[in-house]
Design a protein around this ligand. Structure first.
Ligand SMILES: NC(=O)c1ccc[n+]([C@@H]2O[C@H](COP(=O)([O-])OP(=O)(O)OC[C@H]3O[C@@H](n4cnc5c(N)ncnc54)[C@H](OP(=O)(O)O)[C@@H]3O)[C@@H](O)[C@H]2O)c1
Length: 387
Protein backbone atom coordinates (compact mmCIF):
# COMPACT_ATOMS: atom_id res chain seq x y z
CA UNK A 1 0.00 0.00 0.00
CA UNK A 2 1.30 3.47 -0.90
CA UNK A 3 2.34 5.34 2.24
CA UNK A 4 1.50 9.05 2.66
CA UNK A 5 4.31 11.57 2.89
CA UNK A 6 5.65 12.04 6.41
CA UNK A 7 7.01 15.29 7.89
CA UNK A 8 10.11 14.87 10.07
CA UNK A 9 11.25 17.76 12.27
CA UNK A 10 14.71 17.98 13.85
CA UNK A 11 15.88 16.18 10.71
CA UNK A 12 19.50 17.28 11.13
CA UNK A 13 19.55 16.04 14.73
CA UNK A 14 20.11 12.68 16.39
CA UNK A 15 16.73 10.97 16.27
CA UNK A 16 15.23 13.03 13.42
CA UNK A 17 17.96 12.08 10.98
CA UNK A 18 17.65 8.43 11.97
CA UNK A 19 13.86 8.57 11.45
CA UNK A 20 14.39 10.03 7.97
CA UNK A 21 16.83 7.22 7.10
CA UNK A 22 14.54 4.51 8.44
CA UNK A 23 11.49 5.77 6.55
CA UNK A 24 13.42 6.23 3.31
CA UNK A 25 14.82 2.70 3.63
CA UNK A 26 11.23 1.48 3.79
CA UNK A 27 10.35 3.42 0.62
CA UNK A 28 8.24 6.02 2.45
CA UNK A 29 8.30 9.59 1.07
CA UNK A 30 9.73 12.05 3.61
CA UNK A 31 9.74 15.82 3.94
CA UNK A 32 12.49 16.90 6.30
CA UNK A 33 12.31 20.20 8.19
CA UNK A 34 15.65 22.04 8.27
CA UNK A 35 16.58 25.46 9.61
CA UNK A 36 18.75 26.44 6.67
CA UNK A 37 20.19 25.13 3.44
CA UNK A 38 23.63 23.75 4.24
CA UNK A 39 25.72 20.59 3.90
CA UNK A 40 23.32 18.70 6.18
CA UNK A 41 20.22 19.61 4.15
CA UNK A 42 22.13 18.62 1.01
CA UNK A 43 22.95 15.26 2.62
CA UNK A 44 19.26 14.72 3.43
CA UNK A 45 18.37 15.39 -0.20
CA UNK A 46 21.06 13.06 -1.46
CA UNK A 47 19.58 10.39 0.80
CA UNK A 48 16.23 10.87 -0.96
CA UNK A 49 14.29 13.23 1.33
CA UNK A 50 12.55 16.37 0.22
CA UNK A 51 13.63 19.28 2.46
CA UNK A 52 11.76 22.37 3.59
CA UNK A 53 13.20 25.33 5.50
CA UNK A 54 11.00 26.21 8.46
CA UNK A 55 11.40 27.75 11.87
CA UNK A 56 9.67 25.61 14.47
CA UNK A 57 8.30 28.75 16.14
CA UNK A 58 6.60 30.01 12.96
CA UNK A 59 2.99 28.95 12.43
CA UNK A 60 2.82 29.96 8.75
CA UNK A 61 6.08 28.26 7.83
CA UNK A 62 4.98 25.10 9.62
CA UNK A 63 1.64 25.15 7.83
CA UNK A 64 3.43 25.37 4.47
CA UNK A 65 5.80 22.58 5.53
CA UNK A 66 2.84 20.36 6.41
CA UNK A 67 0.96 20.83 3.14
CA UNK A 68 0.80 17.48 1.31
CA UNK A 69 1.96 15.48 4.33
CA UNK A 70 -0.35 13.36 6.52
CA UNK A 71 1.74 12.47 9.58
CA UNK A 72 4.58 14.08 11.48
CA UNK A 73 7.40 13.45 13.96
CA UNK A 74 7.91 16.29 16.44
CA UNK A 75 11.31 16.75 18.10
CA UNK A 76 11.33 19.10 21.10
CA UNK A 77 14.72 20.77 20.61
CA UNK A 78 16.62 22.26 23.55
CA UNK A 79 15.38 25.82 23.87
CA UNK A 80 13.94 27.71 26.87
CA UNK A 81 10.92 28.60 24.70
CA UNK A 82 10.35 25.11 23.29
CA UNK A 83 6.79 24.97 24.62
CA UNK A 84 5.93 27.87 22.29
CA UNK A 85 7.09 25.78 19.35
CA UNK A 86 5.16 22.71 20.51
CA UNK A 87 1.93 24.70 20.83
CA UNK A 88 2.55 26.30 17.42
CA UNK A 89 3.18 22.88 15.89
CA UNK A 90 0.00 21.46 17.44
CA UNK A 91 -2.08 24.36 16.13
CA UNK A 92 -0.59 23.97 12.64
CA UNK A 93 -1.09 20.16 12.67
CA UNK A 94 -4.75 20.64 13.48
CA UNK A 95 -5.19 23.31 10.81
CA UNK A 96 -3.39 21.14 8.23
CA UNK A 97 -5.62 18.19 9.27
CA UNK A 98 -2.74 15.82 9.86
CA UNK A 99 -3.79 12.26 10.79
CA UNK A 100 -1.17 11.74 13.46
CA UNK A 101 1.74 13.31 15.35
CA UNK A 102 4.40 11.23 17.10
CA UNK A 103 6.18 13.37 19.68
CA UNK A 104 9.49 12.71 21.36
CA UNK A 105 9.37 13.27 25.12
CA UNK A 106 11.31 12.15 28.15
CA UNK A 107 10.99 9.25 30.58
CA UNK A 108 11.44 11.82 33.37
CA UNK A 109 8.73 14.20 32.08
CA UNK A 110 6.73 15.73 34.90
CA UNK A 111 5.24 19.13 35.73
CA UNK A 112 7.36 19.50 38.88
CA UNK A 113 10.78 18.36 37.71
CA UNK A 114 13.47 20.96 38.42
CA UNK A 115 14.62 21.00 34.76
CA UNK A 116 12.64 23.44 32.61
CA UNK A 117 13.05 21.21 29.51
CA UNK A 118 11.53 18.30 31.38
CA UNK A 119 8.55 20.30 32.60
CA UNK A 120 8.04 21.70 29.10
CA UNK A 121 8.30 18.23 27.57
CA UNK A 122 5.49 17.11 29.87
CA UNK A 123 3.45 20.16 28.91
CA UNK A 124 4.12 19.70 25.18
CA UNK A 125 2.68 16.21 25.33
CA UNK A 126 -0.42 17.48 27.13
CA UNK A 127 -0.85 20.04 24.34
CA UNK A 128 -0.47 17.38 21.62
CA UNK A 129 -3.02 15.18 23.36
CA UNK A 130 -5.54 18.01 23.19
CA UNK A 131 -5.39 18.26 19.38
CA UNK A 132 -8.76 17.59 17.91
CA UNK A 133 -8.90 15.04 15.08
CA UNK A 134 -5.14 14.36 15.16
CA UNK A 135 -3.97 11.08 16.76
CA UNK A 136 -1.03 11.43 19.14
CA UNK A 137 1.60 8.91 20.21
CA UNK A 138 4.32 9.61 22.82
CA UNK A 139 7.81 8.17 22.60
CA UNK A 140 9.52 8.79 25.93
CA UNK A 141 13.04 7.35 26.11
CA UNK A 142 15.45 7.61 29.02
CA UNK A 143 19.15 8.48 28.84
CA UNK A 144 20.37 7.93 25.24
CA UNK A 145 23.40 5.71 24.48
CA UNK A 146 24.62 8.73 22.53
CA UNK A 147 25.28 10.61 25.80
CA UNK A 148 28.15 8.25 26.58
CA UNK A 149 29.26 7.64 23.01
CA UNK A 150 29.49 11.17 21.73
CA UNK A 151 32.76 11.25 23.71
CA UNK A 152 34.14 8.18 21.98
CA UNK A 153 37.30 10.11 21.06
CA UNK A 154 38.22 10.25 24.77
CA UNK A 155 37.83 6.49 25.01
CA UNK A 156 39.67 5.81 21.74
CA UNK A 157 42.66 8.12 22.33
CA UNK A 158 42.96 8.55 26.10
CA UNK A 159 41.30 5.39 27.41
CA UNK A 160 38.71 7.24 29.53
CA UNK A 161 34.93 7.32 29.61
CA UNK A 162 33.98 10.61 31.30
CA UNK A 163 30.73 10.27 33.25
CA UNK A 164 28.51 12.33 35.53
CA UNK A 165 26.11 9.55 36.47
CA UNK A 166 28.06 7.87 39.29
CA UNK A 167 27.02 4.28 39.92
CA UNK A 168 23.59 4.77 38.33
CA UNK A 169 22.43 2.22 35.78
CA UNK A 170 20.30 2.57 32.67
CA UNK A 171 19.43 0.57 29.57
CA UNK A 172 20.47 3.15 27.01
CA UNK A 173 18.57 3.15 23.71
CA UNK A 174 20.36 3.87 20.44
CA UNK A 175 19.20 6.76 18.25
CA UNK A 176 18.45 4.13 15.62
CA UNK A 177 16.14 2.11 17.88
CA UNK A 178 14.27 5.22 19.01
CA UNK A 179 13.91 6.10 15.34
CA UNK A 180 12.70 2.59 14.41
CA UNK A 181 9.97 2.85 17.04
CA UNK A 182 8.96 6.32 15.79
CA UNK A 183 8.94 5.17 12.16
CA UNK A 184 6.92 2.03 12.89
CA UNK A 185 4.31 4.11 14.72
CA UNK A 186 4.19 6.64 11.88
CA UNK A 187 3.53 3.82 9.41
CA UNK A 188 0.54 2.53 11.38
CA UNK A 189 -0.72 5.34 13.62
CA UNK A 190 -4.23 3.90 14.12
CA UNK A 191 -2.73 0.87 15.85
CA UNK A 192 -0.74 3.01 18.29
CA UNK A 193 -2.95 6.09 18.78
CA UNK A 194 -2.99 7.31 22.39
CA UNK A 195 -0.14 5.03 23.47
CA UNK A 196 3.20 5.79 25.04
CA UNK A 197 6.43 3.90 24.37
CA UNK A 198 9.75 3.87 26.14
CA UNK A 199 12.42 2.38 23.89
CA UNK A 200 15.40 1.07 25.86
CA UNK A 201 18.45 -1.02 25.14
CA UNK A 202 18.29 -4.71 26.12
CA UNK A 203 20.25 -4.55 29.41
CA UNK A 204 20.85 -2.38 32.44
CA UNK A 205 24.41 -1.07 32.40
CA UNK A 206 26.55 1.06 34.69
CA UNK A 207 29.23 3.43 33.38
CA UNK A 208 31.80 0.79 34.38
CA UNK A 209 29.96 -1.83 32.27
CA UNK A 210 29.99 0.60 29.34
CA UNK A 211 33.72 1.22 29.81
CA UNK A 212 34.27 -2.55 29.62
CA UNK A 213 32.33 -2.80 26.37
CA UNK A 214 34.27 0.16 24.94
CA UNK A 215 37.53 -1.59 25.94
CA UNK A 216 36.47 -4.73 24.08
CA UNK A 217 35.44 -2.94 20.87
CA UNK A 218 38.28 -0.40 20.78
CA UNK A 219 40.94 -2.95 21.71
CA UNK A 220 42.38 -0.84 24.54
CA UNK A 221 41.71 -0.43 28.24
CA UNK A 222 39.00 2.19 28.87
CA UNK A 223 38.27 3.31 32.44
CA UNK A 224 35.32 5.24 33.69
CA UNK A 225 36.24 8.66 35.08
CA UNK A 226 33.73 10.51 37.28
CA UNK A 227 33.76 14.19 36.39
CA UNK A 228 33.04 16.67 39.16
CA UNK A 229 30.40 19.21 38.15
CA UNK A 230 32.85 22.14 37.99
CA UNK A 231 34.87 20.29 35.35
CA UNK A 232 31.83 19.02 33.49
CA UNK A 233 30.45 22.52 32.95
CA UNK A 234 33.77 23.49 31.35
CA UNK A 235 34.02 20.33 29.25
CA UNK A 236 30.45 20.83 28.09
CA UNK A 237 31.25 24.36 26.95
CA UNK A 238 34.31 23.19 25.03
CA UNK A 239 32.17 20.46 23.46
CA UNK A 240 29.48 23.03 22.57
CA UNK A 241 26.79 20.98 24.31
CA UNK A 242 24.62 24.05 24.91
CA UNK A 243 24.04 25.95 28.14
CA UNK A 244 20.33 25.25 28.25
CA UNK A 245 20.85 21.50 27.89
CA UNK A 246 23.44 21.66 30.68
CA UNK A 247 20.90 23.44 32.91
CA UNK A 248 18.87 20.21 32.71
CA UNK A 249 21.78 17.76 32.72
CA UNK A 250 22.83 18.73 36.24
CA UNK A 251 19.46 17.38 37.42
CA UNK A 252 19.44 14.32 35.13
CA UNK A 253 22.81 13.29 36.59
CA UNK A 254 21.19 13.22 40.04
CA UNK A 255 18.08 11.40 38.71
CA UNK A 256 20.44 8.86 37.20
CA UNK A 257 22.34 8.29 40.45
CA UNK A 258 19.04 7.86 42.29
CA UNK A 259 17.91 5.09 39.91
CA UNK A 260 15.24 6.93 37.88
CA UNK A 261 16.52 5.54 34.56
CA UNK A 262 16.87 2.03 35.95
CA UNK A 263 13.24 2.00 37.09
CA UNK A 264 11.27 -0.38 34.85
CA UNK A 265 14.19 -0.86 32.44
CA UNK A 266 14.74 -2.59 30.13
CA UNK A 267 11.39 -2.58 28.33
CA UNK A 268 10.37 -4.74 25.37
CA UNK A 269 8.88 -1.79 23.47
CA UNK A 270 11.40 -1.86 20.62
CA UNK A 271 10.58 -5.50 19.91
CA UNK A 272 6.86 -5.00 20.45
CA UNK A 273 6.57 -2.05 18.06
CA UNK A 274 9.16 -2.90 15.40
CA UNK A 275 9.25 -6.71 15.52
CA UNK A 276 13.04 -6.59 16.01
CA UNK A 277 14.87 -6.75 19.34
CA UNK A 278 16.63 -3.67 20.68
CA UNK A 279 20.28 -3.18 19.71
CA UNK A 280 22.79 -3.77 22.47
CA UNK A 281 25.29 -1.13 23.60
CA UNK A 282 28.11 -2.93 21.82
CA UNK A 283 26.35 -2.46 18.47
CA UNK A 284 26.14 1.27 19.15
CA UNK A 285 29.81 1.37 20.15
CA UNK A 286 30.78 -0.34 16.88
CA UNK A 287 28.83 2.31 14.96
CA UNK A 288 30.48 5.25 16.78
CA UNK A 289 33.90 3.60 16.45
CA UNK A 290 33.75 4.17 12.69
CA UNK A 291 33.52 7.96 13.14
CA UNK A 292 36.52 9.98 11.91
CA UNK A 293 37.29 11.36 15.39
CA UNK A 294 37.53 7.83 16.81
CA UNK A 295 40.26 6.75 14.38
CA UNK A 296 43.60 6.15 16.12
CA UNK A 297 46.12 8.57 14.61
CA UNK A 298 48.44 11.26 15.95
CA UNK A 299 46.30 14.25 14.90
CA UNK A 300 43.21 12.84 16.67
CA UNK A 301 45.23 11.94 19.76
CA UNK A 302 46.76 15.43 19.96
CA UNK A 303 43.39 17.18 19.53
CA UNK A 304 41.79 15.06 22.23
CA UNK A 305 44.74 15.35 24.61
CA UNK A 306 44.96 19.15 24.26
CA UNK A 307 41.19 19.42 24.85
CA UNK A 308 41.54 17.26 27.95
CA UNK A 309 44.40 19.14 29.61
CA UNK A 310 43.07 22.62 28.89
CA UNK A 311 39.59 21.87 30.27
CA UNK A 312 40.29 22.90 33.91
CA UNK A 313 41.51 26.37 32.90
CA UNK A 314 38.66 27.13 30.51
CA UNK A 315 35.53 29.09 31.42
CA UNK A 316 32.54 26.83 31.90
CA UNK A 317 28.83 27.22 31.30
CA UNK A 318 26.84 29.06 33.94
CA UNK A 319 23.34 27.58 33.75
CA UNK A 320 22.34 29.23 37.04
CA UNK A 321 22.95 32.64 35.47
CA UNK A 322 20.96 31.60 32.39
CA UNK A 323 18.04 30.61 34.64
CA UNK A 324 18.18 33.97 36.43
CA UNK A 325 18.57 36.06 33.30
CA UNK A 326 15.71 34.36 31.46
CA UNK A 327 13.65 34.21 34.64
CA UNK A 328 12.84 30.52 34.26
CA UNK A 329 9.52 29.79 35.96
CA UNK A 330 9.96 27.41 38.91
CA UNK A 331 7.48 25.07 40.57
CA UNK A 332 7.02 25.85 44.26
CA UNK A 333 8.32 22.41 45.21
CA UNK A 334 10.53 20.97 42.45
CA UNK A 335 11.16 17.22 42.67
CA UNK A 336 13.56 14.87 40.98
CA UNK A 337 11.84 11.77 39.63
CA UNK A 338 12.57 9.39 42.52
CA UNK A 339 11.39 11.95 45.07
CA UNK A 340 8.12 12.38 43.18
CA UNK A 341 5.62 9.80 44.35
CA UNK A 342 3.18 10.55 41.58
CA UNK A 343 5.84 10.20 38.89
CA UNK A 344 6.92 6.89 40.41
CA UNK A 345 3.38 5.57 40.51
CA UNK A 346 2.73 6.61 36.92
CA UNK A 347 6.02 5.01 35.87
CA UNK A 348 5.41 1.62 37.38
CA UNK A 349 7.09 1.78 40.79
CA UNK A 350 5.36 -0.83 42.92
CA UNK A 351 4.73 0.26 46.46
CA UNK A 352 1.58 0.63 48.46
CA UNK A 353 3.51 2.96 50.73
CA UNK A 354 4.15 5.27 47.81
CA UNK A 355 0.47 5.23 46.90
CA UNK A 356 -0.66 6.30 50.37
CA UNK A 357 2.16 8.79 50.72
CA UNK A 358 0.78 10.62 47.69
CA UNK A 359 -1.99 12.05 49.77
CA UNK A 360 -0.84 11.55 53.33
CA UNK A 361 2.88 12.27 53.49
CA UNK A 362 4.22 13.88 50.36
CA UNK A 363 7.98 13.53 49.85
CA UNK A 364 9.87 16.62 50.90
CA UNK A 365 10.52 19.03 48.06
CA UNK A 366 13.94 19.75 46.65
CA UNK A 367 15.85 22.80 47.63
CA UNK A 368 17.80 23.98 44.62
CA UNK A 369 20.95 25.88 45.22
CA UNK A 370 21.83 28.56 42.70
CA UNK A 371 25.53 28.25 43.39
CA UNK A 372 26.23 24.70 42.36
CA UNK A 373 24.66 21.29 42.14
CA UNK A 374 23.68 20.96 45.76
CA UNK A 375 20.28 19.32 45.80
CA UNK A 376 19.17 18.93 49.36
CA UNK A 377 16.05 17.55 50.94
CA UNK A 378 14.31 19.96 53.30
CA UNK A 379 12.31 18.76 56.24
CA UNK A 380 9.42 21.16 55.79
CA UNK A 381 7.33 19.35 53.21
CA UNK A 382 4.95 21.40 51.16
CA UNK A 383 1.61 19.81 50.42
CA UNK A 384 0.70 22.05 47.53
CA UNK A 385 1.96 19.76 44.81
CA UNK A 386 -0.01 17.32 42.75
CA UNK A 387 -3.25 17.09 44.61
N1 LIG B 1 19.77 12.83 25.03
C1 LIG B 1 19.01 12.15 25.88
O1 LIG B 1 19.49 11.36 26.69
C2 LIG B 1 17.51 12.34 25.83
C3 LIG B 1 16.72 11.47 26.60
C4 LIG B 1 15.32 11.60 26.54
C5 LIG B 1 14.77 12.58 25.74
N2 LIG B 1 15.57 13.41 25.02
C6 LIG B 1 14.93 14.48 24.24
O2 LIG B 1 15.43 14.51 22.93
C7 LIG B 1 15.19 15.83 22.42
C8 LIG B 1 16.25 16.14 21.41
O3 LIG B 1 16.13 15.19 20.37
P1 LIG B 1 17.35 14.88 19.42
O4 LIG B 1 18.54 14.49 20.26
O5 LIG B 1 16.88 13.95 18.37
O6 LIG B 1 17.59 16.31 18.77
P2 LIG B 1 18.95 17.09 18.52
O7 LIG B 1 20.01 16.17 18.00
O8 LIG B 1 19.24 17.90 19.75
O9 LIG B 1 18.53 18.04 17.33
C9 LIG B 1 17.58 19.07 17.46
C10 LIG B 1 17.04 19.37 16.07
O10 LIG B 1 16.09 20.45 16.15
C11 LIG B 1 16.45 21.44 15.17
N3 LIG B 1 16.01 22.76 15.59
C12 LIG B 1 16.38 23.42 16.71
N4 LIG B 1 15.75 24.61 16.75
C13 LIG B 1 14.98 24.71 15.65
C14 LIG B 1 14.10 25.70 15.13
N5 LIG B 1 13.87 26.84 15.78
N6 LIG B 1 13.48 25.45 13.96
C15 LIG B 1 13.70 24.30 13.28
N7 LIG B 1 14.50 23.30 13.74
C16 LIG B 1 15.13 23.52 14.90
C17 LIG B 1 17.96 21.33 15.08
O11 LIG B 1 18.42 21.95 13.91
P3 LIG B 1 19.97 22.44 13.83
O12 LIG B 1 20.76 21.16 13.76
O13 LIG B 1 20.03 23.26 12.60
O14 LIG B 1 20.23 23.21 15.08
C18 LIG B 1 18.13 19.81 15.09
O15 LIG B 1 17.84 19.26 13.84
C19 LIG B 1 15.17 16.77 23.62
O16 LIG B 1 13.95 17.42 23.73
C20 LIG B 1 15.31 15.83 24.81
O17 LIG B 1 14.43 16.20 25.85
C21 LIG B 1 16.92 13.31 25.03
Amino acid sequence: MKQPKILVTGATGRTGRAVVDDLLAKGVPVRAVVRSRDARSAALERAGAETVVADMFDFDQLLVAMQGTRRAYYVPFYDPYMIQSAATFAAAAQEAKLEAVVSLGQWLASPVHPALTTRQTWLAQQVFSMMSGVAHVRVNPGYFADNSLRLIDYAAHLGVLPTITGDGKDAPPSNEDIARVVAAVLLDPDKHAGREYRPTGPALLSASDMAEILSRVLGRKVRRVDLPWWIFRKAARIGNVGEFLVSGLRYYAEDHKQGAFALGAPTNHVLEVTGRPAEDFETSVRRYATRPEAQRNFANWRRTFVGFIRTPIMIGYNPERLERELRFPKPPAPRLAMANDRWKLEHGAESGREQSSLTDHPSPPLQLSNKNLRIARTTSASSTMYT
